[in-house]
Write a protein that binds this ligand. Sequence first.
Ligand code: 3EB
Length: 339
Amino acid sequence: MAPTLPSDGCSYQLSHEPDAHETLDHDVLARIHFGTHLSTAQDPREVNIALPQTGGAPVAEVWRSRRPVEHGWSDGFGYAHDGEVLFGHLRLEEGELTDLVRATAHAYLRIDLLLRRLGYPCWLRMWNFLGHINHGEGDAERYRQFSQGRHDALARQPGFEGRLPAATAIGTQEGGMTVYFLAARDPGAQIENPRQVSAFRYPPTYGPKSPSFSRACLKRWADCSHLFVSGTASVVGHRTLHPGDLLAQLDETHRNVEALLGEASAFEPAAGPFRAAALKVYIRPGHEDPALLPRVRQLFGDQVPLLCLVGDICRRDLLLEIEGLFTATAHGASAQAAA
Ligand code: 3EB
């Protein structure tokens, strides 16, 4: 089957495709399925995330490249790369998480080793899916233990707070942990949100070690720029705003995403305007609301590909979180200027 060439000028691209299980095309870096009772696949580019989809026909997240893709398994990781970007993933079963702090630290150190070995040492974007993320009280909460382990691993590198990847951390109903990620040969730029305290500077009320992620990562490729926007929620300063009010949390989240787009454009004005290539919306179970997705479309654009997932948000008073990939092509900027 002929590879589907990316259409927006970027040499690799994310699309939402009807969920299917046929053999992957050669140009695929990764295909991520979301749902319960997913069947396991042997291809190292296939990932399953145990989160139900809501609000439409099920889709898979598919990353495709214009360059030749190589893939394989190494140290338990499935990976694929195309000379510029690397995709990888790791699954830990619940039985491997009895000491969650150490298990997370070990997993993150193994990721670092894999990335160095394959020649893509620069972390861009991490997705973390952890069973029962809100179980446990106080600093024994699983999310806080995960944060501590991640910090323990990343803090081994001096200056790590200036090179943090964008991230998502979401809870699943099934146990275990699945991590998937993108990395590059050369670094992206860490973008923070002026409306929010950087997560890596959160006070200890949110856990013994602050969460090691950046609000966004801006990566300039040969032919386009990608802005990876982390899971973004109704947090201003370091506090949750609008507890209990899903739609108000959505509006606040949108303001946070807008602030990040503003920061990214100020950081790299030549990139051209950023447009949303794909968004994921996570809703806490029991808080699905038919008014939500229409409002998301109103705020972020009618046409934007949306994947809507039901999962626990890592802070208990947050009802929703939104992440996205935004693309800018200097070509897009000149086309707009000419119009
Ligand atoms: C927040 O702003 C919401 O620990 O990797 C969002 C995205 C959140 C990523 C993470 C946490 C993480 O603090 C929570």
